[in-house]
Design a protein around this ligand. Structure first.
Ligand code: SAM
Length: 367
């Protein structure tokens, strides 16, 4: 996820600085040609000659005007000598071209689940590690804290440990807590971060004191991956969102989780919701958008909606033909996607929630 390590060779920066004196495009091109000639060969250089550096030098020599060429020179000098990041991640904006593994489109086709290290598809209903990885890379910095209120098998926490983010998970099922913490413990922790799944109901857990026990007051990102209502029943616990008696009950339970996590999320930081839709009695239930609305109602601003493909689960794969036949007969479509909704908690989020609650009450009273 980070730029390939080329040496920010002071020699090249010095050569580029000398390029500033060029009086014509031709002169600039000659200087750039000299720099290129003096670059170590890929095979001889310890890191290999950097593709990025070569393509930037080519861009300079292909500039049609001196002004443009010098603009590219300045940009390259900056990218080799300064790190420029935003307040919410460690992406070096001066070298943005090198982050080719960060997704910025709203359609994600992930053809293979990352199963490296302790990651496993063993827990039915877990998400691909690429989701929390993308979220943490875009919306957190090293050392930040991430909360996952539906931790399941701990995918977010395993990924956080790899990326140097501290993570706390909440999970209702004690057996999953034990399982997830076991996986996390067997993953290398080279950044020495915290990663712990705690037993609890995310709608009521005392998150403030759980966080304090682990050494922080707040988190900088929340990643939520609730049950998609009853598509998979995770337990018999009535507090489990997969046991909600209806869509309305599910939305209310999810709303309570959002209300519980919102106060411990720093303002200006992000909440991701991963969820899919479902069918009920032959009708498409837009659970994703309905849940999205519950978050927006609580004062979060919607920043993006990503549509991600579903990989076939083993069960579905075996029944693929049958489902295709049923779809043709019934005139419906087979789910192949889920959503990642990305929200930001604005300064006024909590305030707005209180106000809208008030105005709703006033509205009801006036009727
Ligand atoms: C879709 S799974 C999350 C999977 C997780 N992202 C992973 O990769 O393993 C939803 C999880 O939420 C848990 N859960 C359901 N209701 C909960 C609640 N009220 N509080 C905490 N966890 C809950 C379920 O036990 C289940 O493990």
């Amino acid at each position: 996820m980070s730029p390939k390590a080329f040496q920010p060779a002071p020699v090249i920066v010095e050569q580029l600085i000398r390029c500033r004196a060029a009086q014509s495009v031709q002169e600039l091109r000659q200087s750039v040609a000299r720099i290129k000639n003096e670059l170590p060969d890929s095979a001889d250089s310890p890191n290999g000659t950097d593709d990025y550096l070569l393509s930037e030098l080519t861009q300079i020599s292909e500039a049609l005007t001196l002004e443009r060429g010098l603009y590219y020179v300045e940009r390259l000098i900056r990218s080799m000598s300064e790190v420029r990041t935003s307040a919410i991640n460690d992406i070096n904006l001066n070298r943005w071209k090198e982050y080719d593994d960060i997704l910025t489109d709203s359609l994600w086709v992930v053809d293979r689940r990352d199963s490296s290290g302790v990651h496993t598809a063993g827990y039915w209903g877990n998400f691909v590690p690429q989701i929390p990885r993308q979220m943490m890379t875009r919306y957190t910095r090293k050392g930040d804290w991430v909360l996952d209120p539906f931790a399941g098998s701990g995918t977010t926490l395993i990924e956080g440990q790899r990326l140097g983010r501290n993570t706390i998970g909440i999970e209702l099922q004690p057996r999953m807590v034990e399982y997830a913490n076991g996986l996390i413990a067997s993953e290398t922790n080279s950044h020495h971060v915290t990663a712990d799944v705690v037993i609890g109901d995310s709608a009521t857990a005392d998150l403030r004191s759980i966080l304090q026990d682990h050494g922080t007051e707040t988190v900088q990102l929340v990643i939520t991956h609730p049950p998609y209502l009853d598509i998979i029943r995770f337990s018999d616990d009535p507090r489990d969102l997969s046991n909600a008696a209806s869509v309305e009950a599910f939305l209310e339970m999810m709303g309570r989780v959002v209300e519980n996590v919102a106060p411990v999320l720093d303002s200006g930081r992000y909440l991701a919701l991963v969820i899919g839709d479902k069918y009920a009695k032959g009708d498409w239930i837009p659970l994703g958008f309905q849940t999205m609305n519950e978050v927006v109602k609580r004062g979060f601003s919607l920043k993006s909606i990503v549509v991600k493909n579903f990989e076939d689960t083993t069960g579905k794969r075996n029944q693929k033909e049958l489902w295709r036949y049923r779809a043709l007969v019934g005139g419906f479509y087979i789910f192949k996607h889920e959503y990642i909704f990305i929200f930001r908690k604005d300064q006024a989020s909590n305030q707005r929630y209180v106000q809208s609650d008030e105005s709703e009450r006033c509205g009801t009273a006036l009727k």
